[in-house]
Write a protein that binds this ligand. Structure first.
Ligand SMILES: *Cc1c(COP(=O)(O)O)cnc(C)c1O
Length: 455
């Protein structure tokens, strides 16, 4: 492709992007039936001759843009998704043009430099031990695997068992303790890593989903203790200080799943929820959720740098390691997107104050949502200390019908879940873009949806 053709194509993409941005608040949050039907426009056998790029791009915008979920607008509250901080989008465009491979410093000095900085800044932001290491991975699922693998290997090393060379056959047992409400991704990581998802010791949780310290199974130095900083339904935090103190005293390996909640550390208002988590050995956090960095962006943080590197063994005669930090030593992948570039942009343009304000804003909007819904007769089932709200009507049937009507309305979008046996509508306020007006309008959307079934 000639240079001027590339410029023209990028200009075309730029126009479509602006068009998308300009209309995000006027369109339904979830694509309507017509938009979904139009996805058939993509249906064809793989062309023998390549399609003209301008034409393919036009199709992508014409039939693709309307079939997106409008999660960059202010009224998407599904799962725990997060929006996209505008400066990070701009940085991503530039970085995409660079197409850097983040595996080795020699492959991308600029990415390596920004990984160094992000590592230092995050260690500081989360108040972690000074030499803690960071690996930049696709998300918390991968980050959990890294942290749990590091813990598993260290625990077995204490018993002179080298997992890297000997594997797990015949190895001593590793005791795994976690809350009965731990996220599915934790169980997935345990099963992939050969620790089994059903042979764990589950700690009973209270009505908010927090581990009850008095009922914590016994810990010792052969125990992997996995704590949750942010329950995926209620947003509650395990009592960090007490549990981390207990884990430290027992010399267990403590891993904290803080996919969206670890950011509580950034604001003085929410720091008390996080306090104590600094004492853990490893931490998982997503930049693509609460922080609003673009997908995909997760981080593994580990107090013992060599434990992480050891668990993610990388060898190959052609690998050219620099004297400094090479990204691939801290991640399972080799070739990898240079996601630290956008992360750096978010942290740099928000600053510590901006990150704190973002966290406070999300929490305030969640409280506003809960208060607004309570006033019009919905029940709020959780203590709204962070960004999650669990909502129910008088009975499961009405809750489920209301949720379905909300999802169809296009006014806003929420997912559903089960909470203590009851059907709930699950709200996650996760985007910088959500304004007070968005929350007000969404409360109105809830009322209208419920009215469809009440009369
Ligand atoms: C989202 C989430 C995960 C999984 O993270 P991904 O980035 O989606 O892989 C794990 N734990 C918690 C608490 C989460 O919210």
């Amino acid at each position: 492709m000639k240079q001027h053709d590339l410029h023209a194509l990028l200009d075309q993409a730029h126009q479509y992007a602006n068009d998308y941005i300009d209309h995000i608040d006027q369109r339904p949050v979830y694509p309507d039936a017509e938009a979904l039907e139009a996805l058939n426009d993509f249906e064809q056998a793989m062309p023998q001759e390549g399609t003209d790029p301008a034409e393919a791009l036009a199709l992508l915008h014409r039939s693709g843009s309307p079939a997106t979920v409008a999660q960059t607008g202010g009224r998407y509250f599904g799962f725990v998704n997060g929006g996209i901080h505008p400066p990070a989008l701009a940085a991503k465009w530039l970085a995409d043009t660079w197409d850097q491979n983040a595996a080795l410093r020699v492959m991308s000095p600029v990415n390596a430099k920004l990984e160094d900085l992000c590592e230092r800044w995050l260690v500081d932001l989360f108040n972690l031990p000074k030499d803690s290491a960071a690996g930049f991975v696709s998300g918390t699922s991968m980050s959990l695997m890294c942290g749990i693998a590091a813990g598993r290997n260290q625990i077995l090393q204490r018993q002179d068992w080298d997992v890297v060379s000997q594997g797990l056959f015949g190895a001593p047992e590793v005791k795994v303790v976690l809350g009965e409400q731990a996220h599915g991704a934790v169980f997935k990581a345990l099963s992939i890593l050969g620790l089994g998802k059903d042979r764990v010791s589950l700690a009973p949780c209270d009505d908010q989903g927090r581990i009850i310290p008095a009922e914590l199974p016994e810990l010792d130095e052969y125990t992997l203790l996995i704590l949750s900083a942010g329950n995926v339904n209620s947003g509650s935090f395990d009592p960090m200080q007490e549990l981390c103190d207990r884990g430290r005293t027992a010399n267990a390996w403590i891993h904290v799943d803080g996919a969206f909640g670890l950011w509580a550390a950034a604001s003085p208002t929410t720091y008390p929820l996080y306090q104590g988590a600094e004492l853990a050995d490893s931490w998982s956090v997503d930049a693509h959720k609460t922080l609003n960095s673009p997908y995909d962006s997760g981080v593994i943080l580990c107090k013992d740098r060599s434990a992480l590197i050891n668990a993610l063994q990388a060898t190959g005669a052609y690998l050219e390691f620099s004297e400094h930090r090479d990204g691939m030593l801290y991640t399972p992948e080799m070739s990898r997107r240079a996601r630290a570039i956008e992360l750096w942009m978010v942290l740099n343009t928000m600053g510590k104050k901006g990150v704190a304000e973002l966290i406070d804003q999300l929490c305030q909007r969640a409280k506003q949502f809960a208060n607004g819904l309570e006033k019009v007769g919905f029940r709020i089932l959780n203590e709204v200390d962070f960004n999650q709200v669990l909502v129910a009507c008088e009975n499961d049937r009405l809750t489920e019908a209301t949720l379905s009507a909300i999802q169809k309305s296009g006014e806003c979008w929420c997912g559903g879940s089960k909470w203590r046996g009851e059907s709930v509508i699950r709200i996650s306020v996760c985007s910088y873009a959500t304004t007070e007006e968005d929350v007000e309008r969404s409360v109105g959307g809830f009322v209208e949806a419920r009215n469809l079934y009440k009369c």
